[in-house]
Design a protein around this ligand. Structure first.
Ligand SMILES: [Zn+2]
Length: 339
């Protein structure tokens, strides 16, 4: 697809030094009346080096909006214990209730080298961050499927692992894709991406607010990594995709690939070999396993037994989704392994 964004002018980046009053009691649908453009909010706190909080990189994920609103309610008048900088990202996508608009890139895939107005926007954000030397960076997201809460890190340094452990006892380490906000920020400060369950998950919102509050109060990170067992860290081996020629459904006997209805319950659970994932009427591998280099690893992970597709070895799936668009555009799930 042609890059339409090259034709448009620069994306404005608004900069303010206070929480807008209109945030109090606001809902995601109000976003453009509060922030007509992507915005950097700098709030002066007692400790100087700021905590960076990134919000709204994906417009259909509402937890970060509610964290932003809660911080506005707490710190509109009273200064926080540490300075705060918040980036409010894809406000247009939130107004439309979508991950990103059709003519936009994914706002969490533009944080590396690149050109065009959206790359220019995040370059300005990164330059501001580098000058501020952040204490830490937290980027807040939701999953489209039912997953436990977990933090993603991009460096195995004590401070990054402490950040992940402060959020949840489950973590993911990744270096690919290399174009995310947290990879960019991990080049100059401890960074975590928190996955707070589905949009609307109140426990996820409360946990994310709790993490921000805890980091705001932290004077320094412990020099040692978290205690054993404080966070179990996984890394991604491969993703599972569905053959584009094959129809699919969950508990749908008319579909070419009939995935079991309770598949989402497998997220982050260690499954034994011979677990049935689906039944298939498709002529060839309907479920394919592809690693980050594009290599096909299907035979290592799955086998057909009659019309059943079973796992060939013990595996830990994560981020299984029922969302057909996400499955077609991205993948059904990832296969993980503890580090
Ligand atoms: Zn997201």
């Amino acid at each position: 697809m042609a890059d339409m964004s090259a034709d448009r002018g620069p994306i404005p980046l608004d900069r303010i030094d206070h929480f807008p009053d209109a945030l109090i009691g606001a809902e995601p649908g109000d976003i453009l009346t509060i922030f007509p453009n992507p915005t950097l909010i700098t709030i002066k706190g007692e400790a100087e080096r700021p905590l960076w909080v990134t919000t709204l990189l994906h417009g259909n994920e509402t937890t970060s909006f509610y964290v932003l609103r809660a911080l506005a309610e707490r710190y509109r008048v009273t200064p926080p214990p540490r300075s705060l900088t918040l980036f409010v990202g894809n406000v247009q996508a939130m107004a439309a209730g979508v991950r990103h608009l059709p003519e936009q890139p994914d706002f969490n895939r533009i944080w590396a080298e690149g050109s065009g107005p959206y790359h220019d926007l995040v370059h300005q954000v990164c330059e501001t961050a580098r000058l501020q030397i952040p204490f830490a960076s937290i980027d807040i997201h939701n999953n489209s499927g039912s997953n436990p809460h977990y933090g993603c890190v991009n460096a195995l340094r004590p401070a990054d692992l402490q950040l992940a452990a402060m959020f949840a006892d489950l973590g993911v380490f990744y270096r690919n894709p290399p174009t995310t906000q947290s990879i960019a920020f991990s080049n100059f400060c401890p960074a975590v991406t928190v996955e707070c369950g589905r949009s609307g998950d109140q426990l996820g919102i409360d946990r994310a607010i709790g993490l921000v509050e805890d980091v705001l109060r932290l004077e320094s990170f412990p020099a040692a990594p978290p205690a054993p067992g404080a966070v179990t860290l996984y890394h991604t081996l491969a993703s599972v995709v569905i053959d584009p020629k094959c129809t699919f459904g969950f508990d749908d006997e008319t579909a070419g690939l009939n995935l079991r209805a309770d598949l989402e319950d497998f997220n982050f659970s260690d499954l034994p070999a011979d677990t049935v994932w689906a039944t298939t009427q498709c002529p060839q591998d309907a479920l394919r396993v592809i690693d980050e280099h594009g290599h096909d690893l299907t035979d290592e992970f799955f086998r057909c037994d009659g019309d059943e597709i079973k796992s060939r070895r013990a595996i830990t799936p994560a981020m299984i989704t029922h969302d057909a668009d996400v499955i077609r555009q991205d993948c059904l799930c990832y296969l993980m392994e503890p580090i």
